[in-house]
Design a protein around this ligand. Sequence first.
Ligand code: F6R
Length: 357
Amino acid sequence: EKGTYPHFMLKEIDEQPFVMRRIIKEYQTEDNKLKLDADVRQAMKACDRIYIIAAGTSYHAGLVGKEFIEKLANIPVEVHIASEFSYNMPLLSENPLFVFISQSGETADSRAVLVRIKELGHPALTITNVPGSTLSREADYTLNLYAGPEIAVASTKAYTAQIAVLAILAVDTAQAKELELDFDPMQELAIVANAMEVLTDQKEAIEELVRENLGTTRNAFFIGRSTDYHVCQEGSLKLKEISYIQAEGFAGGELKHGTIALIEEGTPVIAIATQENVNLSIRGNVQEVAARGANTMVFSMKGLEQDTDAFVIPHVHELLTPLASVVPMQLLAYYAALHRDCDVDKPRNLAKSVTVE
Ligand code: F6R
């Protein structure tokens, strides 16, 4: 039920701090150790490469998860769009582990891949919000997202839950492999939960940005580098699917290879800047587009902010910045849709779960 909320999407955005805390609780033992199925741990340890298969927003979560697994657990990861993998299967490693990420657990494109790889005899782990779903039943192992039912077509809390669970999985694997780590996922996720609360309290500021900058625009661009680029992809998907503004997320460095030609006087460009090592380069990109007339809005992380930034995100661990930076992106999309009188929870032409290929 929506309760006092006008839309499920807004309710689900606001639930994200609670979902983070529930994930911490569900994946922690009483003596503060990570609580994961021994079989999952074994499968992660035994593989030589991970193939993440997903669609849409879940694919975007997979792009972030790849970084965790590679950086923390030292296992190479490929992330594939399910519908592409089906028809153009890459060369597989000797001992692959397939990880399916799906809120609904019913996405037909992902299921087609699962059926195929089971025929080939490879192990599969499904990360889903619906434990009894098809992808969960047909895989060897399941990890639950504990996000609670997601009703709005645009996925919000499932995305952040997926990223949190992927971080826990990566750390658990690193521990199983006895790798050195100075990253406590539960402590850092608790900080994220608090940051999310601060962010969801800033709805008016975001609504104001939408009113000033996205009111009548036909298009909008999102630019970021490294991890921020993945959040740009998700931010642009959110905006286009519910507000019908043509939106695209780009890697900052790619602008000069073509996209900058699209920048005109007043084109909205949203930049995400949460990563210290690319802060100077993304700032350079913002100046390049501003010099060509773009209406720039920088969303930076505390500690990296500049006076002219549109919005400052509370500080969270560098690996987990997508969990914080995506929240204002979700709210931007929400208010843009609201201001255009769009059907926020049920955008045109879209279904909550895509059960046909
Ligand atoms: C976007 C959105 C879709 C889904 C995609 C995969 O907001 O909701 O892009 O993420 O259809 O769905 P699941 O995760 O259920 O497999």
